[in-house]
Design a protein around this ligand. Structure first.
Ligand code: NDP
Length: 327
């Protein structure tokens, strides 16, 4: 038997603690004893039912986890291997990581990079991995420290915190856009941002083009904010869009693209090809600062993840929430 969070949708939408038998697990080729999972925005939507994330019921949520292989008929993984899983619709369509055990396809797994523990890997989690994909996308487009400042929106959130910290570690001057302007110590002293702007500067409908303020941006927010981010990007700049915390809409104009040559790059962590995700994790193992990881993360129990899901959606949680599934 193992413990998990189970979402059902028979007599209304519910998420509660459950005990399941391993024989109920799906017929995939690798079984993983999970050490840690995390609480991401998508998990918040899944647990509360506030967004159409779950596509099959009953569902064990949890879009990521790290643990140890306990059974395998895969040629790629053997018993004892330490692994990470992010995405691949796990926690949405397939049973996920807010559980003590998962049975998954070998092709969904990434090897835990040397130098990281399973706990550190989940302090990073999908948020850190997505932030790394966004940083790598900017670098691939030729953005350097010399290009100018880089803006991060939703900067106190999971993805935003990592984006700020990774960019600062790479030597970029980071502008953090946040609704928590009183909490500058976190963004400046802990994460390394150079400047803070109030997110209200970007979150309302604005002009097609505004003053050129940043060379590049990582946007976790979408909607009017993404339009405002593009409008304020300097000539030839790059915007990596990875989130929708404000909304899924994008009410921008083409002006930044056709008048300033701005590029808008999409970031998807879920179906990202294996080689790209392994490279992102290897870079994270090199760049992630264990002291920062400890400062931006807090560990909660499986049961505590249920009420925490609503707080996450309400924007009341800062940084990363790691779930100790064995507690
Ligand atoms: P968090 O909830 O941890 O962070 C979101 C942050 O956005 C908040 O902390 C807040 O930052 C800001 N925010 C919240 N609501 C609003 C609002 N109404 N208007 C403007 N800003 C707002 O979420 P994550 O960091 O886990 O995820 C961020 C986004 O990225 C989500 O939309 C998520 O779905 C998406 N995502 C996408 C992935 C991909 O593959 N593309 C992978 C992972 C996440 P502050 O308080 O600093 O203003």
């Amino acid at each position: 038997m193992f413990n998990c969070i189970l979402i059902e949708n028979t007599d209304g939408y519910t998420a509660k603690m459950a005990q399941m038998d391993e024989s109920q697990l799906p017929d995939h080729n690798v079984t993983v004893q999970i050490d840690y999972s995390t609480l991401n925005y998508k998990d918040g939507l899944a647990i509360t039912g506030k967004g159409p994330v779950v596509r099959s019921f009953p569902m064990i949520p949890g879009i990521d986890f790290a643990g140890t292989v306990t059974e395998s008929s895969s040629e790629h993984y053997k018993v004892g291997d330490k692994v990470i899983l992010n995405g691949w619709s796990v926690g949405e369509k397939y049973w996920g990581g807010l559980s003590q055990v998962a049975k998954v396809k070998d092709s969904w797994l990434t090897r835990l990079p040397a130098g990281l523990t399973t706990k550190q890997a989940m302090m990073i989690g999908t948020a850190g991995y997505t932030a790394m994909l966004a940083v790598q996308a900017l670098l691939k487009q030729g953005i350097t420290k010399e290009s100018g400042k880089v803006l991060v929106t939703g900067a106190s959130g999971g993805v935003g915190s990592f984006a700020v910290s990774l960019l600062a570690k790479l030597g970029f001057d980071v502008i953090a856009s946040t609704g928590r302007t009183l909490d500058t110590a976190y963004l400046i002293d802990t994460l390394g941002a150079k400047e803070i702007i109030d997110r209200s500067e970007l979150s309302a409908p604005g002009k097609p083009l505004t003053k050129e303020r940043w060379a590049a941006a990582i946007d976790c927010v979408g909607s009017h904010t993404l339009a405002g981010v593009c409008a304020g990007t300097q000539y030839g700049g790059v915007v990596a869009a990875c989130g929708l915390a404000q909304g899924m809409d994008f009410n921008g104009t083409v002006a930044p693209f056709i008048l300033r040559g701005v590029s808008l790059i999409g970031i998807d962590s879920v179906m990202c090809p294996h080689a790209v995700r392994q490279a992102a994790w290897e870079s994270l193992a090199e760049l992630a600062d264990v002291h920062v990881l400890a400062e931006i993360s807090r560990v909660i129990s499986l049961e505590e993840a249920i009420p925490a899901a609503q707080r996450l959606l309400d924007g009341k949680i800062r940084g990363r929430v790691v779930v100790d599934v064995n507690n």
